[in-house]
Design a protein around this ligand. Structure first.
Ligand code: ADP
Length: 161
């Protein structure tokens, strides 16, 4: 029988902040992939609110019991190049709405053109997480609301600021 290949997926995003929606995508993806590398892209167009080091620290804490399967790293440059450096054959993304789909379709198809051997895999959001959105969670935090219901256990937002 042919030996199954070790499958690594990169989950790229800004995770500003990392929410229960992101956490759910990573956990579900572990039934498909052997390893998920959460890649925090240092974006050219979006300036982040939460400091990069704090985001990395917080996400690592969420997956501390699965650190052999979930890694957290930051990267500059193209996601396809980051995937190559991580030996990843897959890009993992979450899909909430039709608007997500249009955005993801363009990125996914352009990545495919640049690196045909890399496949983008989409997981549909679990129903309860569909409205959870980093931009809104960030606003709740900025304006002093309680965002804890939208953040994974292990992320203490006070330490983020
Ligand atoms: P980006 O800045 O690349 O859009 P985000 O950090 O906003 O990155 O999101 C990273 C990925 O997680 C994207 O694929 C996005 O669609 C997905 N995502 C965001 N929120 C949710 C959620 N509530 N449920 C599932 N997937 C989500």
């Amino acid at each position: 029988m042919q030996q199954q290949k070790f499958r690594t997926a990169v989950f790229p995003g800004s995770f500003d902040p990392f929410t229960i929606g992101h956490e759910s995508v990573v956990k579900r993806a572990l039934s498909i992939f052997d390893k998920v590398v959460i890649g925090i892209g240092e974006n050219t167009t979006k300036t982040s609110f939460f400091p990069l080091e704090k985001r990395i620290e917080g996400i690592k804490k969420v997956f501390e019991d699965m650190s052999d399967k979930v890694e957290v790293k930051s990267y500059k440059g193209l996601t396809v190049d980051f995937c190559r450096s991580e030996n990843a054959g897959f890009i993992l993304r979450g899909l909430r709405t039709a608007a997500d789909f249009e955005y993801e379709r363009a990125i996914g198809q352009m990545n495919k053109t640049m690196k045909p051997e890399l496949e983008t895999v989409f997981l549909l959001t679990s129903t309860e997480y569909t409205p959870v959105n980093s931009t809104i969670v960030r606003d709740i935090i900025i304006f002093g609301g309680d965002a804890s219901k939208f953040l994974p256990k292990g992320i203490d937002i006070k330490k983020y600021l």
